[in-house]
Each structure stands twice: as structure tokens, then as C-alpha cells.
Design a protein around this ligand. Structure first.
Ligand SMILES: [Zn+2]
Length: 271
């Protein structure tokens, strides 16, 4: 099903273009819909032909058409990154046999949309956290409602509410685990709220994905934190953005949670 992956990639490029706007405006407290994009150098509106993901940046040779101001490479990178993230999110769906039952087929489409949404907020929150060391509530908190609505619809259409219950437990467990780390110090409250959203999506997939995803996020973050302290001699008091690693761990859980959990259980002789 190359069609699913190519469509997801192209859709991701377009969403990535929007995420550039979100990553710039949300931390600044600006509206994400108006006014339209303009060059920060000369104020000229950016027209549709100069707003094509990746291509415009290449054709314009990274400069504004009007004032020659440099367009930072991060713009095409976020677009390309979102394209890749959408392809990755669509991977588990690419091999699925399209069900002849329209209800079941619709459930898969809604579940795919849920994980494309998770991919989009993963990219934009990682960028914002690295930029500003913050995970804005305006992006994190709607994740609970959007996740509950889309995953809830998926579960209802499939006539199986069990994954929804695990999703709820996952959100509470992940937020609880990171909440404990917050109380012990060093973990921001934004990380706790994000962990809950991640736990919701991972729990819906299963206990293996939930456990591996949360553990991977914590492990990657801890490794990066220790590496930063050693390499840059950062003090242990300085804050390290943890959001990107929670999100990276989540995707390890989504894509490889089941095989990794099975391998671990075999290793310790439990399976
Ligand atoms: Zn300009």
C-alpha cells in the first residue's frame, strides 16, 4: 500500500508548513490563523507559490523574493520532518488489508488520523520545547480531548471498548509516573501533562506499547541528560528539555513496543 505512505508523506509536508507557523506563534501568544504569513524582513505577504513546502525554499534559494532576507533552514527541515513523521505514523496501517466491512474500514481511517495527529503534535512540541524549554498548554491539553474523541470513535466502531479502558489507565499511569518525577524535582509540569497524552495513545495500542514507550522516553531523556551534564558540564540543576525524548520514546513504543516487550519477556524467561 505505497499509496497510503505517499499520501501521508505529502499531507505531512503540508501540515509541516502549518507547524512552522504554530511553532513560531504559539509560544509568542499570537493567533495561528491571522494575519497570514509575511516576511519578517520586508513585511510582504508570502503568496501561495512561495509557500509550497520544501520546493519554494529550494527555488527561492533560501531567500525572500522581495528583500533577499535569508529563510532559515529550519523551515524546510520541519516540513520534511513532518513528512517523514507522517510516513512513520502510517507504516502500521500500510500493510493492513482494507476491510470489506465499511464500519471496520472507517475505524482504521479514524485511528490513522489519530496517530497522524500525534505525529503532528510530536514534531511541533519537540521544536517548541528545544526552542523555548516549554510545552504550551494550548497544544498539549487539546491532545487529551482529540485523543479521547478519535480513539473513542475507533473503539466504538470496532465494538471493542477494552482498548479505550487501557488508554485511560495509560494516561493516568504515565502522568502519575512523570508526576512523581516532577515531585522529586527536575521534571517540568509540562512534561507530566505531555506524558499523560502519550500514555493515552500508547495505552490504546496495548500494554506492551504503553510500557515500552514510557520506559523508552524516560531512558532516552535520562541518557541525553547525563550526556549533556558530562559533555557540557551542565549543572544538575539546569533544566533539560524532556519533551522531545518523551515523544521519541512514544514512537519507539508505537512502532516496536510489541516485539520489544516480547523479546524482553523471552529474555527473562516469562514467555
Ligand atoms: Zn522579505
Amino acid at each position: 500500500m505505497a499509496f497510503v505512505l505517499v499520501s501521508a508523506g505529502v499531507f505531512g509536508l503540508l501540515i509541516g508548513s502549518f507547524l512552522n507557523v504554530v511553532a513560531y506563534r504559539v509560544p509568542a501568544g499570537l493567533s495561528i490563523v491571522s494575519p497570514g504569513s509575511a516576511c519578517p524582513g520586508c513585511g510582504n505577504a508570502i503568496t501561495a507559490r512561495d509557500n509550497v513546502p520544501l520546493l519554494s525554499w529550494i527555488l527561492l534559494r533560501a531567500r525572500c523574493r522581495h528583500c533577499d532576507m535569508r529563510i532559515p533552514v529550519r523551515y524546510p527541515l520541519v516540513e520534511a520532518g513532518t513528512g517523514v513523521a507522517f510516513v512513520v505514523a502510517a507504516l502500521p496501517f500500510a500493510g493492513l488489508q482494507v476491510s470489506s466491512d465499511p464500519t471496520i474500514a472507517l475505524a482504521s481511517v479514524i485511528e490513522l488520523i489519530a496517530f497522524l495527529y500525534l505525529a503532528a503534535i510530536s514534531v511541533v512540541l519537540a521544536v517548541i520545547d528545544l526552542d523555548t524549554r516549554r510545552l504550551p498548554d494550548r497544544i498539549v491539553l487539546p491532545g487529551y480531548a482529540v485523543g479521547a474523541a478519535l480513539l473513542g470513535a475507533t473503539a466504538i466502531l470496532r465494538g471493542d471498548l477494552a482498548p479505550l479502558a487501557v488508554a485511560g489507565v495509560g494516561a493516568a499511569a504515565a502522568a502519575g509516573f512523570f508526576g512523581l518525577l516532577h515531585l522529586l524535582g527536575g521534571m517540568g509540569l509540562g512534561d507530566v501533562k505531555l506524558a499523560g497524552v502519550v500514555g493515552l495513545f500508547l495505552g490504546f495500542l496495548g500494554v506492551a506499547q504503553l510500557t515500552v514507550g514510557i520506559a523508552a522516553g524516560f531512558a532516552i531523556g535520562a541518557l541525553v541528560g547525563v550526556a549533556l551534564i558530562v559533555l557540557q558540564r551542565r549543572s544538575r540543576k539546569s533544566t533539560i528539555p524532556f519533551g522531545p525524548w518523551i515523544l521519541a520514546g512514544a514512537w519507539v513504543g508505537v512502532l516496536a513496543g510489541k516485539p520489544l516487550a516480547d523479546a524482553y519477556l523471552r529474555l527473562v524467561g516469562l514467555a
